[in-house]
Ligand binder design. Structure first.
Ligand code: AKB
Length: 341
């Protein structure tokens, strides 16, 4: 008999760490972790099976179909916004073709099992594209269906994959004579910038927040690549994990949408700086805006409206701005760097 499992791609990434720690710790089902890099040692105890490989490798994904009964897929692997701009075509392959392969795997799994397979997909505020700063500053809280003209390859990939998810969930092979009723239960969250005390992001453009904090905590100087007045929505990692788990567990009949905004707090880079400087008085943080990266952040919303998630699946962050720093980030980061990790 094949074993029930949850598949997590991009296992070594920031969300992967948090999710594997939580799901692996529960022990309700096996966690299969997939990543192109060797799995971090800290995650090994929580994982039933680790596969080092590429989501573009169809053979590898095919083997998974045969061995496991995958109930839920958390498809976290992707190339983030800044890195994607250095090689947009590679980013497209990984972000779009990789997602297509995982959706295809979900279809095959659902056909084997005769029931829907859940597909949790983290999209991003990068799916939005505001045309200029004046519009960003006057737009208020952005709803899911507005301002969808992303200016980055990553944002285009995320938005398109949301559409792919909708297609696989609702219209897959709509003309086929043997069209089956088994489906992909696609559920997507558009995340704001995420901040973890455990990991430091790489390749993103909201990275100035977490980078500022992690540099200051290690006594390293930091040049912030956006202007002090730059505002973006952020959320700490425990809330990001909470949102994925809540959406996964939500009864389908409650879900009126496939894609939901979530958010917690929206500081300016200067407000972020002030909190970090107060916590680490010796920190040497300077503002040295990088015009192109600034342009990307200026196209992303200052705030998003997450009322649909609140109404449909009871979303609510545990950590507001004060609690995020005082009760999660600062204590955990101090501990992390004082213990030399
Ligand atoms: C990035 O900066 O690319 C990501 C994101 C906002 O999705 N952190």
């Amino acid at each position: 008999m094949r074993k029930e499992a949850v598949l997590i791609t991009g296992a070594n990434g920031e969300i992967g760490h948090g999710l594997i720690n939580y799901l692996g710790g529960q022990g309700n089902f096996g966690v299969i972790a997939l990543d192109v890099q060797p799995l971090d040692d800290s995650l090994k105890p929580f994982v039933e099976k680790f596969i080092q490989g590429d989501i573009l490798d169809g053979m590898l994904l095919g083997r998974l179909v045969a061995e496991y009964e995958i109930r839920t897929i958390y498809h976290l692997a992707s190339i983030l916004s800044t890195k994607a701009e250095y090689n947009p075509e590679t980013a497209h392959r990984v972000n779009v073709e990789g997602t297509l392969n995982l959706l295809r795997l979900a279809v095959e799994q659902s056909q084997w099992q005769g029931r829907a397979v859940k597909f949790l997909y983290p999209s991003s505020i990068a799916a939005y594209g505001l045309p200029d700063l004046a519009t960003k500053n006057s737009a208020g809280k952005i709803k899911e269906h507005n301002w969808l003209e992303p200016i980055t390859m990553y944002g285009c990939n995320k938005l398109y994959c949301e559409h792919l998810g909708r297609y696989y969930a609702r219209h897959y092979r709509q003309l086929a004579a043997d069209k089956s009723s088994t489906t992909v239960d696609f559920r997507c969250i558009r995340f704001p910038g995420l901040i973890s005390a455990i990991t430091v992001p790489t390749g993103g453009t909201s990275d100035y927040g977490p980078e500022m904090l992690h540099h200051a905590a290690q006594g390293l100087p930091y040049d912030c690549f956006v202007r002090p007045d730059t505002r973006l929505p952020f959320m700490v990692m425990p809330d990001a994990i909470k949102s994925l788990l809540l959406l996964e567990a939500a009864p389908s009949e409650n879900l009126k949408h496939l894609t939901y905004n979530v958010t917690s707090f929206s500081p300016t880079a200067m407000e972020f700086h002030d909190i970090v400087q107060k916590a680490f008085p010796g920190a040497a943080i300077h503002f040295k805006p990088h015009a192109a990266r600034q342009g990307i952040v200026d196209s992303w919303p200052a705030d998003v409206d997450d009322s649909a998630a609140r109404e449909d699946w009871g979303w609510q962050p545990d950590y507001d701005q004060v609690r995020s720093f005082d009760e999660y980030l600062l204590p955990a980061i101090r501990e992390r760097y004082s213990s030399g990790n």
